[in-house]
Ligand binder design. Structure first.
Ligand SMILES: Cc1cc2nc3c(=O)[nH]c(=O)nc-3n(C[C@H](O)[C@H](O)[C@H](O)COP(=O)(O)OP(=O)(O)OC[C@H]3O[C@@H](n4cnc5c(N)ncnc54)[C@H](O)[C@@H]3O)c2cc1C
Length: 275
């Protein structure tokens, strides 16, 4: 994280833009249970969109529906999302919708479809570790969706998700090929959000085989992870976007980052031991 405030995140985005890398800003926080707080999150994002426009910065935002009040009721999150999408559309900006744990997937897809029917400037994340994702993707393709493909960051039971990394990777690659077919046909925006070098190389090769121009192939990564790879891909002419998270509610997010890579845990423990 470049810092806890949206200003720090925007400064981070400005720095990345010097390497032809665009940004997605995301305010940390989830499972909001008060309607006022959820509405405040929406207003915060509307202000951030305005600031991005004022600074003529190429940056998008990514929202979590549990932060916009989906636990209070889908209509609460839908209203907050609508406000954000309308503000973004006025300025030609784009809004991603994160996908959280598996219990939220149906409601998230419903709200995405609903939002997408009024505003084209929105995309949704899909998680390769879920068995259901191939079907979800097939069902979305007719509406010309924008999809960010990830492996998935939540601890899911084997009833719903692949547990072995090689199965997740295999599924990711299959889903990626379906998305690339959509990009080649036109209408689909696909963003491959992964730091996995093998997958990235495989996707580069599949895209080239389909005659997809580098400028139409998009990779996304997390701020500060794989920085040299981000620059290398951008220099090769691919579209590269970096997710910059900010805010004070970093604990659950930080724990997911640790879980993704046990080496990070040792790094933190060593730091704690030496301080
Ligand atoms: C832009 C973006 C948006 C995302 N949105 C969502 C979302 O909405 N829902 C969701 O469930 N998940 C989301 N994720 C997280 C995603 O699901 C993965 O948990 C995360 O990207 C790590 O998986 P990987 O594909 O990089 O592969 P991995 O196999 O986990 O990692 C490949 C390699 O990348 C490096 N690496 C990966 N993660 C880390 C790390 N934390 N620290 C240091 N090195 C690391 C390591 O070298 C590792 O060997 C998002 C990720 C990105 C980049």
């Amino acid at each position: 994280m470049p810092g806890e405030t949206s200003e720090a995140a925007i400064e981070g985005a400005v720095r990345l833009s010097g390497s032809r890398i665009t940004s997605v800003l995301a305010l940390l926080g989830e499972n909001v249970t008060e309607a006022d707080e959820a509405a405040e999150v929406a207003r915060h994002y509307q202000a951030v969109l305005e600031e991005i426009a004022n600074r003529e910065l190429e940056a998008e935002i990514s929202v979590k529906l549990t932060q916009l009040g989906i636990d209070i009721g889908p209509e609460v999150a839908a209203a907050n999302l609508e406000n954000i999408l309308a503000t973004a559309e006025e300025r030609g900006q784009f809004v991603w919708i994160d996908v959280e744990s598996s219990g939220y997937v149906d409601r998230t897809l419903d709200l995405y479809r609903n939002g997408r029917s009024n505003h084209v400037n929105t995309g949704i994340c899909l998680q390769a570790y879920l068995y259901r994702t191939a079907e979800d993707l097939a069902a979305l393709l007719p509406i010309d969706p924008s999809i960010r493909l990830v492996k998935g960051a939540y601890a899911e039971p084997r009833e719903v998700a692949f547990r072995r990394m090689r199965d997740v990777d295999r599924n990711y690659f299959e889903l990626a090929k379906t998305l690339l077919d959509g990009v080649r046909r036109g209408g689909v925006r696909a963003a491959f959000a992964t730091h996995d070098q093998r997958l990235i190389q495989g996707i580069e090769a599949e895209a080239a085989e389909r005659g997809i121009a580098r400028g139409d192939l998009e990779f996304q990564m997390l701020y500060g992870i794989g920085t040299s790879k981000q620059k290398e891909l951008a220099a090769k002419g691919y579209r590269v976007e970096v997710l910059i998270s900010y805010g004070t509610a970093w604990f659950p997010w930080y724990m997911r980052r640790l879980a993704e890579r046990p080496a990070n845990l040792w790094f933190v423990m060593r730091k704690m031991g030496s301080s």
